[in-house]
Design a binder for this molecule. Structure first.
Ligand code: ADP
Ligand code: MG
Length: 211
């Protein structure tokens, strides 16, 4: 039974990377979502890890799958913990993305996005690690500790949702993983008939449960 469970988890991870997982995008208050899992993250960081949240007020809703977004943030927090060997600060920040900034990123549209970033004061990544970090099964952790399926899932989920992932990291200088998440207008622009054929990621708008 355990082997079957592990196989199912593996298949889900690969589907996530391949941007083929079933997603239920709904309008979410990303600040409320972060606050809702803050205690869980603090627990994961342990007694000498600190969580700092810097949540910009007045953000519009993002359009994403709630469970997968929580899962992505937890994955990033666990990576941060590992990189800090338990000691240091993880900062989760949110802010609106100005259209000029979205315009610089080819995969984004010229509309509304929210940036959620997870920054740690850990060991950071050498360029050759950062280059491969989003690949499935790429891990620098010992056998039994790393699966290499954390960042690849985050990448697959955010990309499938119409967003973008950026890594900024250097050895000794910590890491920031930035998730550009589509707001309502960005999600609608993506599913508009004139747009390229994409998966049926339609934000459920006003009919969804509130965030
Ligand atoms: N916050 C971080 N700081 C330093 N290195 C990181 C960080 N996040 C990820 N990495 C690097 O990227 C690799 C892949 O991460 P991930 O896909 O989550 O797999 P895993 O955590 O199982 O190794 C890690 O093994 C590590 O080398
Ligand atoms: Mg990981």
């Amino acid at each position: 039974m355990a082997a079957v469970d592990r196989a199912a988890t593996l298949v889900r991870s690969l589907l996530a990377f391949a941007r083929q997982q079933p997603l239920v995008p709904v309008p979410l208050d990303v600040n409320a979502l972060v606050s809702g899992i803050a205690e869980l993250i603090e627990g994961a960081l342990g007694p000498s890890g600190r969580l700092d949240t810097r949540l910009a007020p007045g953000l519009g809703p993002v359009c994403a799958d709630r469970n997968q977004l929580e899962n992505a943030i937890l994955n990033l927090a666990v990576n941060a913990r590992d990189a800090m060997a338990g000691q240091g600060t993880v900062t989760i920040a949110t802010r609106a993305v100005p259209p000029e900034e979205a315009r610089q990123i080819p995969s984004l549209r010229d509309t509304d996005y929210v940036l959620l970033s997870v920054t740690d004061t850990g060991c950071g990544m050498a360029p050759e690690v950062a280059e491969r970090a989003l690949e499935p099964f790429f891990t620098t952790k010992p056998l039994g500790q790393g699966t290499g399926l954390g960042l690849s899932q985050v990448f697959g989920f955010v990309t499938q949702s119409g967003g973008h992932v950026a890594l900024a990291s250097a050895p000794g200088a910590g890491t920031t993983v930035s998730l550009y998440l589509p707001g309502q207008a960005a999600a609608q622009a993506r599913t508009a008939p004139s747009g390229p054929a994409t998966d049926p990621v339609a934000c459920l708008g006003g009919t969804a449960r509130p965030a």
